[in-house]
Design a protein around this ligand. Structure first.
Ligand SMILES: *[C@@H]1O[C@H](CO)[C@@H](O)[C@H](O)[C@H]1NC(C)=O
Ligand SMILES: *[C@@H]1O[C@H](CO)[C@@H](O)[C@H](O)[C@H]1NC(C)=O
Ligand SMILES: *[C@@H]1O[C@H](CO)[C@@H](O)[C@H](O)[C@H]1NC(C)=O
Ligand SMILES: *[C@@H]1O[C@H](CO)[C@@H](O)[C@H](O)[C@H]1NC(C)=O
Length: 422
């Protein structure tokens, strides 16, 4: 009875080995002609905590000068970047640390997940659902949702695929606060219409809805598996249009070029005639399709397809209407698109060249801030600076008082000692 089972097992194993070898051989060919892709909503991958080191070592990042290698980062206004960083770190939302609690996990596994390590796949299914406590949110209370914005931390249901970059993306957004400049940039007036291009598993869209419950968020993700997660992670919100589609310079069908950079690095190209693909849209197409007057916040993290979105001759009318455009720029994926070194950055630069936007560098994201919007931001920064200065003065005053009190006590003690002396 056993041997037929063994024989069957052997045959199945042999077929797997053959398929695996063939798959390997076929792979290099698939990398020939690239193109797009979208990725993690998470923005920035800075010199991150140790747990994230593995993610920093993506092969493409190494060979092309790193995630933050764009010269546009150097063009950023350092003073403005510093001010945004200080003001954002002072936000009460920084206290919301996205602590994960997942029913089926042991304390040990949970600890590793909270540290960004992979969970033990063998004890869990392919997808897990849990609760993240202390997520940033602005609900006054459950019942008067969004009536009054108030910074607080709330629990939130989250979904992950094991063995993918999902935990890392979650961690970047909610534990490391890679997108924290938004707390300051929209402190005065929430963005009403948001485009999240490269929404990945939905964590950036989730952040946007938690920060601005009334906003309409258009979330694009062309990879079907990422898109399923995006749907799962945004289904509890109203006003999220999740589209299984990419961002491109014009309406097109696109197809995946390489998966070698993991779930957060899918690269796409335009499909040939008669070839099947995912739909892709321009920013303007999306606004028209969904009757959106203009996107206030545009987040673009699309694995090099920025080079296509900002290709010369495109319709860039949306740029001057956006208050903030936050982009991860992938010069190191340029070759997939037939672009030269730095050409992705140069295309972005040229598209923004005449608009008078200020640039801040938020780790791997380059943020363009509209001149009109900069007035509101400046007011927030001035207010923060005044508060910080007042707080510093109060601390100094307290220290001085403590110092004086200590000196007086010491003098009194010395006097008492002198009195006791014979
Ligand atoms: C994963 O779980 C299996 C089954 O409980 C266990 O045998 C294995 O040691 C675990 N691996 C790790 C790395 O914790
Ligand atoms: C959100 O929308 C609701 C319903 O339209 C409105 O009552 C509320 O004031 C809005 N909240 C904010 C902060 O804009
Ligand atoms: C995308 O493909 C569909 C079906 O193959 C086709 O009808 C459509 O015209 C294509 N769209 C574009 C923009 O090429
Ligand atoms: C941007 O504008 C400046 C001044 O008009 C010009 O010197 C520069 O070459 C432009 N850069 C790009 C990338 O077009």
């Amino acid at each position: 009875m056993r041997s037929p089972v063994r024989l069957l097992a052997f045959v199945v194993a042999a077929v797997f080995v053959i398929l695996a070898i063939r798959g390997r051989q076929a792979q290099p060919q698939t990398q020939k002609q690239p193109v797009i892709q979208q990725h993690a909503g998470a923005g920035h991958r800075p010199a991150a905590p140790a747990a994230d080191k593995a993610a920093e070592k993506a092969p493409a990042a190494k060979s092309h000068g790193g995630w933050g290698g764009s010269y546009l980062h150097k063009a950023a206004d350092k003073r403005l970047t510093g001010q945004l960083d200080r003001a954002s770190k002072a936000s009460p939302l920084m206290k919301c640390t996205g602590d994960l609690h997942i029913f089926k996990l042991s304390a040990d596994e949970l600890g590793r997940l909270n540290d960004g390590a992979a969970a033990n796949r063998s004890t869990l299914g392919p997808m897990i659902t849990g609760t993240a406590y202390r997520m940033p949110c602005r609900y006054e209370s459950e019942t008067e949702a969004a009536a009054t914005l108030k910074d607080s931390c709330c629990p939130q249901t989250v979904n992950f695929r094991l063995g993918t970059t999902d935990f890392k993306v979650f961690q970047q957004v909610f534990q490391y606060h890679y997108m924290r400049y938004l707390y300051t940039l929209f402190a005065e007036e929430p963005p009403q219409y948001i485009l999240d291009a490269g929404a990945n598993a939905g964590f950036s869209s989730m952040l946007f809805k938690l920060l601005w419950p009334n906003a309409t968020v258009v979330s694009l993700e062309p990879d079907p598996s990422n898109f399923a997660m995006l749907k799962a992670n945004t289904k509890q919100f109203k006003g999220v249009h999740a589209l299984n589609a990419g961002l491109w310079s014009h309406a097109a069908n696109i197809t995946v070029t390489t998966t070698e950079h993991g779930n957060w690095g899918r690269v796409f190209r335009e499909a040939g005639e008669g070839e099947r693909g995912m739909p892709a849209y321009s920013v303007q197409d999306l606004a028209t399709l969904l009757s959106i007057p203009a996107f206030d916040l545009v987040k673009i993290d699309i694995e090099g397809a920025e080079g296509m979105v900002f290709a010369p001759g495109g319709d860039f009318s949306w740029i001057s209407e956006a208050k903030v455009v936050s982009m991860e720029i992938h010069d190191y994926f340029g070759s997939y698109f037939g672009l030269e070194q730095d050409q992705v950055s140069r295309r972005v630069d040229a598209a923004f060249n005449t608009t008078g936007y200020q640039i801040a560098s938020d780790n791997e994201h380059v943020m363009y801030i509209q001149p009109q919007h900069m007035e509101a931001v400046a007011a927030v920064l001035t207010k923060h600076a005044a508060e910080a200065a007042a707080a510093a003065r109060a601390v100094a005053k307290e220290r001085a008082a403590a110092f004086t009190a200590k000196k007086e006590a010491a003098a009194a003690a010395a006097a008492a000692k002198a009195d006791q002396a014979p």
